[in-house]
Design a protein around this ligand. Sequence first.
Ligand code: SF4
Ligand code: SF4
Length: 383
Amino acid sequence: MLYRKLGRTGVDVGVIGMGLEHIWHESREYVDRIMNEAISCGINYFDLFMPTPEIRDKIGMAIRGKRDKVMFQGHIGCAAKEGEEYYRTRDLSICEDFVNQLLKRLRTDYIDVLILHFVDDDEDFKRVFESGGMLDLALRFKKEGKARFIGISSHRVSSSLKAVESGVIDVLMFPVNPAFDMLEGDAEIESAWNEEPYKELEGKNFKPSSARKELYMACERNGVAITAMKPYACGWLFDPNNPSSMVLTPHQCLSYALSQPGVCTVLPGCKTVEHIREAVSFLEASEEDKDYSSVISKTRWDFRGVCMYCRHCMPCPSGIDIAAVTRLADSAINGLSEDMKAKYDTLQSKASDCIQCGICMERCPFQVDVIRNMERAVKIYGK
Ligand code: SF4
Ligand code: SF4
């Protein structure tokens, strides 16, 4: 497994994580098998939002003796009741009960990341973050040692950005895939399944400063780790008839999500052992296999001049990780943080090592002016 820091928490998380919702209704033996396989593949980060007691019990049993090998994103703000297995709630006593129940059923004293569940609009953000709201309850759990870190999950840019800039959360669970990222502004994700919004954008020049990119950059700047859900757009990106005009392989989807600023880990939903092995095989895949530039450069949008962090221009004779340097330069658009400087310092070769040979620019399918980007990075980071 390859590990990245979970943002400013400093904790090491495998770049391939896993969403557990697809094993919700499976037997105890099946859940055991899936969890064992995932752990033996080096997966150490799991999203567990499901509120029903049975699945929480089964996962708790499956990780007996292995608690130190797994980290959970548990959710606060989702609950279950008779006749309905899942609903979102802001009732604090219900929220408290369900978090305590999660700890008990997992047979653990703490949740690694307590996620404020689906804060999807500005009004809900206000309600959750106001004094005495669900955030305060989550912070109390943290103070009591029952949660190590706090995060939110969301599908919307506006509420996510507010949470990221609040300085309170360490983790953002957000859908990251190229089809959603092509939608302008804070587009309704539901509209992604229709041809209409994509048609409207036909031929338009894609702006790296679009709302979704700005959110990713804000995460990078603030040291908030993105745990990326829906990297395959629910399998939709494998369907040749999807309206985004992009058809990608699982490896290309994972590579795209992991290339975006702020992203720490991807959380594909795996239902079978084969799904887990397929996701983890990403780590052994060739650069060619992971390269999504050929698909994205043939879509109906005009990406000229915009770095898609695809690495198609590599290798650089000076050893510069062009995509990483450009990502850090782009993310500095609204300011520079200590976290970004530290990341830049870890790069073996710096933008100042560029000898302006131009090979990368011949290779880049998006006609990016890499030399100018390297000069920009030197101005920002001083080397
Ligand atoms: S410069 Fe071009 S080829 Fe290189 S990472 Fe950016 S978009 Fe990809
Ligand atoms: S122009 Fe600079 S960044 Fe591009 S390949 Fe040459 S040395 Fe590397």
